[in-house]
Design a protein around this ligand. Structure first.
Ligand code: FCB
Length: 471
């Protein structure tokens, strides 16, 4: 079983390298993607792939609790087994390396590495040490996210991100991890997508811990950003050679009409999705328009918090998936107006690569101190099937090609973008959509844990091989 995935790749790759498969992926000759120093990698997250939730002293996380509640996750799926990566990590890294991917973005499960009293869990720490050491041996650039949503349940029991103390506990956790893992991490990201943690977790209740109150969302966001700000100097002190940053999901909102009200609605959509996070980080203040959308929800901010939050970053991670067409809701806000006749993915998300380019070029104008950017997630879900040992994920190949072209256009427009991570290396636990939605460039059969490299991954591998050969 252990080497299944690389065996599959070995049998498929000759067909690709001999050119017997058409190549709808390779970027044009003038694309910045051909630059050897443009990092091309893949991303995953702990709760979505690891499984082994009760093993070696791992404590429960808010996602264990949430996914166990009836009706919260499609088909009642949980991350209890997921891709069983905790046991299959060696074969998974072989697979990553055999595809020629140059970077790997992973996250650490906070409940695996320390207990409620802050006592380190050696077994959990050793797992990540082995993993990162192996990645280094393979010459793979490592991007490590400290928080990709799996908050220890014992912290949620004390208020979670509504409790300011969680930010200080996060700094302790960042301290432990950067002391233990210094030298094996090329880039640390404090948080993945604070918008999702704050808004989906505490604002509308769609994600763990499942609370629904706008005022909670703004306070949770403040504590998340404070946690980030407190952790950055700790990471700098313990691991000076690595880069430090944060990962934000960004959303494109376009107006349904030329009316002033719809233009305003699109602006407010982007304030809520982008400026809510990027303004405090890059301007040291929350956007006032946010409180027009959600009157009376200003978070409690203590003296010095905004300075802590807005300390300089080495990089900004950007996750982009789709755009939303919006109209005025007739009051303070916006409402979605789904467009007819547009291309969509298995998630129902519109395929809209221009949104990525337009947001990136817009940020460069808005934020004079915009740090170097990595696209830390981009990809799509499709209902992929294995037929005769192959997965022909045609829509994904085209999606990736078009989004990489958008990245190239943003680079040519002067945005400093240094790399791109596919979401995801393999199919995994897609949060409230469970295992039904397949985002991987590698297919996972959850009944056998067999990995099958999809055609998209083969074409990415082919491109990387050619790029290497030319260098
Ligand atoms: C992002 C998450 C990631 C994955 C993708 C599809 O919001 O960061 O874990 O679920 O969406």
């Amino acid at each position: 079983m252990a080497n299944d995935a690389s065996a599959v790749f070995d049998t498929l790759s000759p067909a690709v390298s001999k050119g017997s498969l058409a190549d709808p992926f390779t970027p044009p000759a003038d694309s910045a993607l051909w630059r050897k120093n443009f990092l091309l990698g893949a991303a995953t997250a702990s709760y979505q792939i690891e499984g082994a939730v009760d093993e070696d002293g791992r404590l429960p996380s808010i996602w264990d609790t949430f996914s166990a509640k009836p009706g919260k996750v499609l088909a009642g799926d949980t991350g209890a087994v997921a891709c069983d990566h905790y046991h299959r990590w060696e074969a998974d890294i072989e697979m990553l390396a055999s595809l020629g991917l140059e970077g790997y973005r992973l996250s650490i499960a906070w409940p695996r590495v320390m207990d409620a009293a802050g006592v380190p869990n050696r077994k959990g720490l050793d797992f990540y040490k082995r993993l990162l050491n192996r990645l280094k041996e393979k010459g793979i650039t490592t991007f490590v996210t400290l928080y990709h949503w799996d908050l220890p349940q014992h912290l949620e029991d004390r208020g979670g991100w509504l409790n300011r103390d969680t930010a200080y506990r996060f700094a302790d956790y960042a301290d432990l991890m950067s002391r233990e893992l210094a030298g094996t991490v090329d880039a640390w990201a404090t948080l993945n997508e604070p918008w999702c943690s704050a808004y989906l977790g505490y604002g509308n209740g769609h994600h763990a811990p499942g609370l629904a109150n706008d005022r909670f969302a703004t306070q949770a966001m403040h504590h998340l950003l404070l946690a980030h700000g407190l952790a950055v100097p700790v990471l700098r002190a313990n691991d000076p050679a690595s880069q430090k940053g944060i990962v934000a999901n960004i959303g494109r909102g376009t107006p349904n009409s030329d009316s002033a009200a719809d233009q305003r609605a699109a602006h407010l959509f982007e304030v809520q999705h982008n400026a809510w996070i990027l303004d405090p980080l890059l301007k040291g203040a929350y956007p006032q328009d946010l409180f027009e959308l959600w009157p009376g929800t200003e978070p409690l901010v203590l003296d010095g918090d905004m300075e802590t939050i807005s300390a300089p970053l080495d990089f900004l991670g950007i996750n982009y998936y789709f755009r939303t067409n919006v109209a005025s809701d007739g009051a303070h806000g916006f409402r979605d107006v789904p467009l007819e006749g547009v291309e969509r993915t298995q998630m129902g998300w519109e395929v809209y690569p221009d949104g990525l380019r337009d947001l990136l070029t817009g940020f460069k104008k808005t934020y004079h101190n915009l740090p170097p950017i990595y696209i830390t997630e981009n990809g799509m879900a499709s209902d992929d099937q294995v037929t005769d040992g192959h997965v022909d994920d045609t829509q994904r190949i085209s999606f990736l090609k078009r989004h990489l072209a958008a990245v190239d256009q943003a680079i040519k427009a002067g945005v400093d973008i240094r790399g791109y991570f596919l979401w995801s290396l393999m199919d995994n636990f897609e949060w409230v959509f469970g295992y039904e939605r397949r985002f991987g460039v590698v297919h996972v059969d959850y009944s056998t844990q067999k990995r099958t490299v999809k055609r998209s991954a083969e074409l990415v591998a082919k491109f990387l091989k050619e790029r290497k050969a030319r260098a």
